[in-house]
Design a protein around this ligand. Structure first.
Ligand SMILES: C[S@@+](CC[C@H](N)C(=O)[O-])C[C@H]1O[C@@H](n2cnc3c(N)ncnc32)[C@H](O)[C@@H]1O
Length: 295
């Protein structure tokens, strides 16, 4: 590695694989350091890396070996059709959250189909990197759509803002607001959202099963919530009633042991058609509920 200016990418890939013990991670880091991806990188395997590229690779390998998550080391990660910048200011977007975004997208598309010329409005509360909101804005039609993304963390919103241009011309439909859950939104939008979606913090503060790498590296304000992890879910459920239009949908990512408690709370709050859906592992993961008038 110290002779990076004379090593070929093939040599660096082999050496990195040996150090990390993982060929895929080594390949992704080499691609990142070289600025090439996929077939382009393979075409350059027998070309020497520049010293600057070798140093960039060395720095990434050092961070990874020190335990930093791969996604932060690479600095970006795919979420549905968007490549998101990610760093320690935001939660790493998870595959199960892609399902949450997909659920919200399906509902938003149906609302768009029946909108009769009006603009449909969606909010992603606690957007972090922008994952859910930007994926939805990206996959919805360009016209007749407004997607709000909010967070209480100004740092997280800086990352989300940096990701907005990544969705191309649909970036024009995105609005950003800083603040605590629904209080971030402009008052005149009360009762005017078709979809409120959120992946809030839902890990219990004393959860001993939480992966050490998650606890050590990801923002605690994105992970932990009081009341066995339910406090923020319940707060959003209570607030969203005032912000959803009649027949609007609330979609929440939840912890795999929280299905029954969340269902009971949503019904208590007056939502109807409450459903708890499972993720690819068969765990309770998504709560969906409909707001009706006076709920
Ligand atoms: C689990 S992370 C989800 C991030 C992103 N939506 C995703 O799915 O990858 C929860 C997010 O909620 C934000 N958050 C925590 N408490 C909040 C609050 N009271 N009001 C608004 N956002 C909050 C955190 O800053 C964090 O970005």
């Amino acid at each position: 590695m110290s002779q990076a200016d004379t090593s070929t990418w093939r040599e660096l890939l082999d050496e990195t694989t040996e150090r990390l013990g993982d060929r895929n991670e080594a390949r992704w880091m080499c691609e990142e350091a070289s600025g090439l991806d996929g077939g382009e990188f393979l075409d350059e395997l027998d070309q020497p890396a520049t010293q600057r590229m070798g140093l960039a690779l060395q720095s990434m390998v050092g961070r990874r070996l020190a335990g930093e998550p791969l996604q932060y080391v690479l600095g970006h990660w795919p979420f549905r059709r968007v490549d998101l910048l990610v760093d320690r200011r935001v939660l790493i977007p998870r595959p199960e959250t892609e399902l949450v975004a997909g659920e919200a997208l399906g509902i938003a598309l149906a609302a768009h189909g029946g909108r009769g010329g009006r603009t449909i409005r969606i909010v992603d509360l606690g957007t972090g990197s922008g994952a859910i909101g930007l994926a939805i804005a990206n996959e919805l039609p360009h016209t007749g759509v407004e997607v709000w993304i909010t967070d209480a963390s100004a740092d997280a919103l800086d990352v989300a803002r940096a990701n907005i241009p990544g969705i191309g011309r649909n970036a024009a439909n995105v609005r950003v607001a800083l603040g605590e859950w629904c209080a971030a939104l402009p008052d005149e939008l009360r009762g005017r959202f078709d979809v409120v979606v959120s992946n809030p913090p839902y890990v219990a503060v004393d959860d001993a099963t939480l992966d050490e790498s998650v606890r050590d590296h990801e923002p605690h304000s994105a992970l932990f919530s009081a009341n066995d992890g339910l406090a923020d879910i319940f707060a959003i459920a209570a607030q969203a009633r005032d912000w959803l239009a009649d027949n609007g949908r609330l979609i929440l990512e939840i912890g795999h042991r929280q299905g029954a408690a969340v269902r009971a709370e949503l019904e208590r709050l007056g939502y109807v058609n409450v459903e708890v859906k499972v993720d690819l592992a068969g765990h309770d993961r998504i709560a969906v509920a409909v707001k009706v008038a006076n709920a």
